[in-house]
Design a protein around this ligand. Sequence first.
Ligand SMILES: Cc1ncc(COP(=O)(O)O)c(C=O)c1O
Length: 514
Amino acid sequence: MTDEAPEGLWPGQYPDVFASLDPAQEVGLGDMDPERFRAAAHAVVDGMADYLAGVEERPVLPPIEPGSIRPLLPATAPDGPESLSTILADVDRLVVPNATHWQHPGFLAYFATTASAPGILGEMWTAMLGQNAMLWRTSPIGTELEQVVVGWLRDSLGLPPTFDGLLTDTASTSTLIALAAAREAAGLRAAADGLAARARGGRPVLYASAEAHSSVEKACMTLGLGRAAMRRIPVDEDYRMRVDLLEAAIAEDVARGEVPIAVVATIGTTSSTSVDPLLAIAEVAQRAGLWLHVDAAYAGAVALVPARRGPFAAWERADSIVVNPHKWLFTPLDASLLVSRRMDAVRTAFSLVPEYLRTLDRDRPVHDFTEYQPQLGRRMRALKLWIQLRYFGLAGMRRRIDAHCRLAEELAVKVDRDPDFERLAPATFSTVCLRWRPAVLAGREDEPEVRARLDAANERLMAAVNATGEVFLSHTRLHDRFAIRVAIGNLRTTARHVDRAWELLRREAGALEA
Ligand SMILES: Cc1ncc(COP(=O)(O)O)c(C=O)c1O
């Protein structure tokens, strides 16, 4: 359990004024005095800047065991007020050291979520303004800034103005919204009549590759389609959806009387960052009259770089697309961009306007974002994006994304040249999937005993590398082999960090071999 702030990294002290209760705390009414807030906010921002300056000196993963934090915290909420210095000291002592440091440049696991400094400034304003951008009138700026930022992102991703959209919390929600719209577009009238009305009709089904993200299946669960509605289409050797099998599956379902509604294609799958053959899928979807949703939650950021748009060819033929700014656009959690050419279908799926939400006193029509999502309330997510996009500029964003892709390309070359390692997937974007395969075992990988040994050895290798605290790598299975993923995408990651990850992989592999 880490309950000590590292020496020199963290002041752990706040001005004396915070040691006493403020008048609002003593009286028990009202909020913190604005002047006290000013002083406290300055101290907190100092702590944040110190954290960002020193994050690399922390272990990416806190060296703790599950269940070790709760016993350090009181089981019940305090009855009386506590001083700010006590509370903030506990943040330093208990919260920060026990966080997984997503801001660490050695964070190379999953797909990165960085909170850029300008994005953090946007989050501060967002929290303070407390905008609920559910209706235009509940946040004119939240609504219109979101329309502007959605347009900025759409244009810079190279998508035509026929796409419009909204910002949601996550790709999971964006995909759920898209599939709910697909269901309406297919004429199922689920929003009005529910699926029970179809009890005797065919089952609505949809298609995604075996490598598609679990959020697609979860959307099926949530939308009442059920996991059985999802047809997982097998992939080729490079983990791309087999279009011939997609076509066959649709034909089979139609022959059985099922009702195909959508295809989900992925640009940048979670395990290997593979790219489904979009053009061919778009043709199939069009012929079958199916909604095409493209999940580019991670890789979509690359479309910002015109020279790297190859994998996105034909994505403008999609009915809806999700790209997550909170993944590789360095935006603090949460921010997911959903764009669609058929926002009318999205609205059909989610619009419900009770009297108390109607805007009566404006002549012009209002755009109420709540009509396009399941929730009523919604955060003002556009502000942080607006601040951040202006701070870095599109050129700056492109340079950073391009630099990450180049780091991955360089690592891929190193892996390919090392006789004791092998790459398990094309490194199309900024993620390299690899495993340790000592040269003496080359050619014997398919022997069941060798397979099992390689899986176990790579699991131990990853654990050993992660235990150094210098980097954090994650894993997956590719063609039923344990694969280590080096996913580059943190704003602060440089060649030094990727080189170090590679050094550690080779060093720890050597130690395991010995
Ligand atoms: C391809 C893909 N789609 C969707 C998701 C889900 O993202 P979120 O956590 O924003 O729901 C992920 C998460 O990594 C992903 O890799």
